[in-house]
Write a protein that binds this ligand. Structure first.
Ligand code: HEC
Ligand code: HEC
Length: 464
């Protein structure tokens, strides 16, 4: 719970101990404050971001403990770099070049004006401008620190995204690359269908833009913290002074403002921001589609669907191994939880139930949410979290789903669409064939289940 000093102070003011006992005003203040903080996780000021104790615990468990003094040093560094939930800071020092379009600030930094509108407690100013957008709209799910652990989170499935991992799922870029600005905008405007992530279509554009900037900020902040903890655990010291941790500037940039070379690992914030800046380079541009998706009744489409079905159940792609012979998501369902990455890190990704329970309790004690299984999607519902346009599905299948078990069928060399011949692009199928799989997936909600192709029945996860 985001209890904080300010909230406590407020109760305190009405609750000075008196000889005659607890005054009514105090009880009222306490119950209102409790109610308010239960509902919204405390809308008032929040002095600090919450340290990532789960990441500290990962290191302790891997027998590379981070001492309390070292944790304090990390917290102080984070405060100096990123400020607080009420007063966000730009980790890159403002210098004389700040006005210059090529300055590191412009290249890597955050738009502090936008951050200010999103940060802090929610209120409307005299001109009617809304402030504290993030705490108003997002924090009860995603948490003030962006850890995906706001007061509502534990009740949701799937859980809200933990921005601090820097892992995003529904994006146009390949593999682990960051989402583009447009990707985040699409998520905010459309929401994530089939989950509790709502659409914010009704907010004015400038507010959406301010929120996108704040998500980037919380994510870069969280990733920086994780990297500092990892570095501290491995090396027993910080990677350098605060300005060294911020960045190795100035870096030469190309015409698009992308740094020409990657910052050093020790320049932690700059290397995280480099990934955000470089995201557009990783956008997947599909090869042109052999079918016209606006004409679903065409013969060409029927043929594409038939080819796609073969691929879906082929030894090569094995989509049915997870999504099931029925494509209802009833293939392999028990292997992956939202924790599968952690458990891998911890070397406990095994079937030893006692060991799993130990780790689960240890992590929940420091604030992690209970592990939940990531089920393969039921593809007969026609609900696609990452968008239902053919291009969204092409990218999902080409790249897999970052942060989960759904595998990639394409490779990084092939993301530039027609420019790279299939023979050089690698991957498990020709890129053109991915469009056939898209055709098949899009046809699934309309295929009568009872009339599934006879060859498929009884195959029970053994691909033809
Ligand atoms: C009611 C809870 C809820 C609220 C409120 C909410 N979200 Fe989410 N959000 C979610 C859930 C749940 C997911 C994860 C969906 C999934 O994994 O499929 C998510 C995912 C996201 C993602 C990640 C998308 C991706 O590609 O991985 C972003 C970004 C995001 N939310 C931003 C926001 C912002 C900004 C706000 C406030 C304007 C907000 N959310 C408000 C529940 C919420
Ligand atoms: C190793 C298991 C696995 C395999 C193999 C697999 N998937 Fe998935 N797939 C998943 C899981 C798990 C999800 C849900 C991911 C999530 O919610 O984070 C998913 C989600 C999807 C989605 C939903 C995307 C959205 O936007 O909601 C589609 C479409 C999909 N898979 C198609 C395919 C196709 C086509 C193949 C074969 C090329 C395939 N999958 C192979 C596990 C798998």
């Amino acid at each position: 719970m985001r209890s904080n000093k300010r909230c406590n102070d407020r109760w305190g003011a009405a609750c000075q101990p008196r000889a005659e006992g607890w005054p009514d005003a105090c009880l009222r203040a306490v119950s209102w404050a409790l109610l308010a903080s239960l509902l919204v996780g405390c809308q008032s000021e929040v002095p600090y971001f919450r340290p990532n104790l789960v990441e500290i615990e990962i290191e302790q468990d891997a027998s590379e403990p981070v001492t309390e003094d070292q944790q304090r040093l990390i917290n102080e560094t984070m405060l100096a770099l990123f400020g607080t939930p009420d007063r966000p800071a730009n980790p890159f020092p403002e210098d004389a070049q700040a006005a210059d379009a090529q300055s590191p600030l412009r290249t890597f930094g955050f738009d502090v004006e936008k951050l200010k509108v999103s940060a802090g407690p929610a209120y409307r100013d005299a001109e009617g401008n809304q402030h504290g957008l993030y705490r108003l709209h997002c924090a009860h799910c995603h948490g003030v620190t962006g850890g995906g652990d706001g007061p509502t989170a534990a009740f949701l499935n799937p859980y809200p995204r933990d921005y601090r991992q820097g892992v995003f799922k529904y994006k146009s870029t390949f593999g682990a690359a960051k989402p583009t600005h447009e990707d985040l905008k699409r998520v905010l405007v459309n929401g994530v269908s089939g989950t509790s992530m709502p659409s914010f279509r009704l907010l004015p554009d400038n507010e959406i833009e301010a929120l996108i900037e704040y998500v980037r900020y919380l994510s870069a902040r969280g990733e920086t913290e994780i990297k500092l903890i990892e570095y501290m655990a491995a090396e027993g010291e910080m990677p350098g002074s605060i300005s060294e941790i911020a960045g190795g500037f100035p870096l030469p940039v190309d015409d698009e403002g992308v740094a020409e070379e990657e910052p050093e690992e020790e320049n932690v914030v700059a290397s995280v921001m480099y990934q955000w800046k470089a995201a557009p380079v990783s956008v997947i541009h599909p090869v042109s589609s052999p079918v016209d998706f606006s004409d679903p009744e065409s013969t060409a489409m029927a043929e594409s669907i038939a080819r796609g079905e073969k691929l879906f159940y082929s030894k090569n792609l094995q989509c049915n191994s997870c999504h099931g012979d029925s494509a209802q998501g009833d293939g392999q369902r028990d292997k992956y939880t939202v924790w599968f990455k952690w458990r891998e890190d911890l070397g406990t990704n095994n079937d030893d139930q006692a060991e799993i329970n130990r780790v689960v309790h240890q992590f929940m004690d420091v604030g992690a949410l209970k592990p939940r299984t990531i089920y393969p999607r039921n593809l007969r519902l026609g609900v696609y979290r990452g968008g239902r346009r053919p291009i969204d599905l092409y990218r999902r299948i080409y790249s897999g789903i970052n942060g989960g078990p759904m595998p990639a069928q394409g490779t990084v060399t092939g993301i530039a669409g027609d420019e790279v011949p299939d023979s050089e692009a690698g991957g498990s199928v020709r890129r053109e064939q991915i469009w056939d799989v898209v055709s098949y997936v899009l046809s699934l909600p309309y295929e009568p289940l009872s009339q599934g192709p006879p060859q498929r029945q009884g195959s029970k996860y053994t691909p033809r």
